[in-house]
Design a protein around this ligand. Structure first.
Ligand code: NAD
Ligand code: 6OD
Length: 487
């Protein structure tokens, strides 16, 4: 059943002054999910004003412990409404229910608890010194909220990636205005109900729906009363957001694109490597920033590895999210499907050997309108080919053999991105050498997307600026003020 997807401003669901709406369609079968009310300048102004006012209301007066207790209530309420969040996330993205129920929604809740624990236990430094006139002085640090934080989100893990930022922002005492992706407005909007239910004061959490350029996204990032912008999305958009942040000297935290390499040595645990690379290439239909699109396999096991990954890819049955045998969902939208298929065509044009896939799967009649693409594996391309250098963000990879550590490190590093890598070997010394040599923010050994939320998360090179996670999030979401007392 179709619904209205509104904006959430100052604790209330509101439409817009312009009357502008757009259709949000389900990528599984192109059915209508709902009409989204696009926020214009008036709604963005109202959201930022509400967030500013809330800083000086009851929210700003709460002790850290009381604020954290209130936020911990969100976890219970998200879990109580688990099924509503699951249905909303799945209608927007089409992802398999087993994935959304094990990753997206539980992490959407956990992202609040980790940061309330962090802020309650964070210490600051303190120094004593002798002053020039022989007295004593002591300085200490105080963490204060930065103010109004704009949170701009992508569509691939909508609730997880939004709360990954809203969690620490609120735990640190800020107020937020969230701009979800135009493709996935539902769970951020639904979270407004949960905020009201647990008593989060009006204006602390706001949601403005709409697009990026000349819409809610750019109105929000250009707003002079926003004190910090945290963004997850494409590197190109990150560039525009960094420019917007420059006006008014607002800090930005950027989690951007990747073109991640998996490196598989002949001494790996073969079955674990195949299973892990299958996940890193194809999970969430390849729509994971940390996902693998370049696989380098040591020559002695190259043919065996390609054959094993091919078998896994061909076993990934596409289907409806709640069907028990569904292994892969559609891409998020027709626009994205067109982009991914254009890369499939480029790979062909540039001379790839198509090991498997390369097109659209044959789907039953009722799903033919969905945004399906086949899991795809290529070999035989040079390192300069489009699908080896550019982020596709689909269920695909190029596999290439290598003969030495030095060669593979050079190939892995020859890319403008530097987000993540995964290395498969039983030789711990080699694993540690490569972990130091590969230019990334995140390195997994014999694993992938294994998360400890206390650890720094982020990208190097053109994959981002800054680190979020655990104490590292406090760097962005608070100002560290120094207090010096002379006595
Ligand atoms: P995108 O950059 O197209 O859009 C992200 C958000 O930015 C959307 O809400 C969009 O409306 C908004 N936006 C677009 N232009 C804007 C502008 N000029 N001003 C303000 N807002 C603007 O990204 P996407 O297609 O939604 O997501 C996929 C991308 O996200 C991939 O590149 C992927 O690698 C990246 N990603 C990175 C991480 C990470 O942690 N590094 C995580 C997930 C996704
Ligand atoms: O696990 C996380 O905290 C995180 N930010 C994951 C990002 C996944 C990218 O698609």
């Amino acid at each position: 059943m179709s619904k209205d997807i509104l904006n959430f401003i100052n604790g209330e669901y509101v439409k817009n002054a312009s009357g502008k709406t757009y259709e949000k369609r389900n990528p599984v079968d192109d059915s209508l999910v709902g009409m989204v009310y696009e926020a214009g300048k008036p709604e963005v102004d109202a959201a930022v004003a509400a967030a500013r006012a809330a800083l000086h209301g009851p929210w700003g007066k709460l002790s850290v412990v009381d604020r954290c207790n209130m936020l911990d209530g969100l976890v219970d309420e998200i879990n109580r409404r688990f099924d509503d969040f699951l249905q909303a996330e799945i209608a927007d993205t089409g992802k398999p229910a087993h994935l959304a129920s094990h990753v997206d929604i539980p992490r959407g809740a956990a992202n609040f608890k980790i940061f309330t624990d962090t802020i309650k236990n964070a210490s600051t430094e303190s120094f004593e010194m002798t002053t020039p006139d022989g007295k004593t002085a002591r300085s200490y640090g105080v963490r204060v909220p930065r103010g109004v934080i704009a949170i701009i989100c992508p569509w691939n893990l909508p609730l997880l990636l939004m709360t990954w930022k809203a969690g620490p922002a609120l735990a640190c005492g800020n107020t937020v205005v969230v701009k979800p992706s135009e493709a996935t407005p539902s769970t951020a909007t639904l979270l407004g109900e949960v905020m009201n239910k647990v008593g989060i004061p009006k204006g602390v959490y706001n949601v403005v729906n709409g697009f990026g350029v000349d819409s809610a996204g750019s109105f929000l990032t250009a707003h002079p009363d926003v004190n910090g912008i945290t963004f997850t999305g494409e590197t190109k958009t990150g560039t525009a957001i960094m420019k917007a942040g420059a006006d008014g000297i607002r800090p930005v935290s950027l989690e951007l694109g990747g073109k991640n390499a998996a490196i598989v040595f002949a001494d790996c645990d073969f079955d674990n490597a195949v299973a892990t690379v299958t996940r890193s290439c194809f999970e969430n239909a390849g729509q994971v920033c940390l996902g693998t699109e370049r696989v380098y396999v040591e020559r002695p096991i190259f043919d065996k590895f390609v054959a094993a990954l091919k078998e896994k890819a061909e076993g990934m049955k596409p289907g409806r999210p709640f069907d028990a045998d569904t292994k892969i969902g559609p891409l998020v939208s027709k626009i994205h499907q067109k982009k991914v298929l254009s890369y499939y065509q480029k790979a062909k044009d540039e001379g790839a050997t198509i090991v498997t896939g390369g097109g659209v799967p044959d789907m039953p009649d009722d799903l033919k309108g969905g945004c399906w693409v086949q899991p795809t594996i290529w070999t035989g391309l040079p390192e300069t080919a489009s699908v080896v250098t550019e982020e596709v963000f689909g269920p695909c990879c190029h596999i290439r053999p290598f003969d030495s550590e030095e060669e593979v490190v050079n190939m892995a590093n020859k890319n403008r991105y530097g987000l993540a890598t995964s290395i498969h070997t039983q030789d711990i010394g080699r694993a540690m050498r490569l972990a130091s040599a590969i230019e990334v923010g995140l390195c997994w050994i014999n694993s992938w997307f294994l998360r400890d939320l206390r650890t720094p998360f982020g990208g190097s090179k053109q994959s981002g600026i800054g680190r979020e996670g655990g104490l590292h999030s406090l760097e962005f979401y608070t100002e560290l003020r120094n207090v010096m007392i002379k006595y």
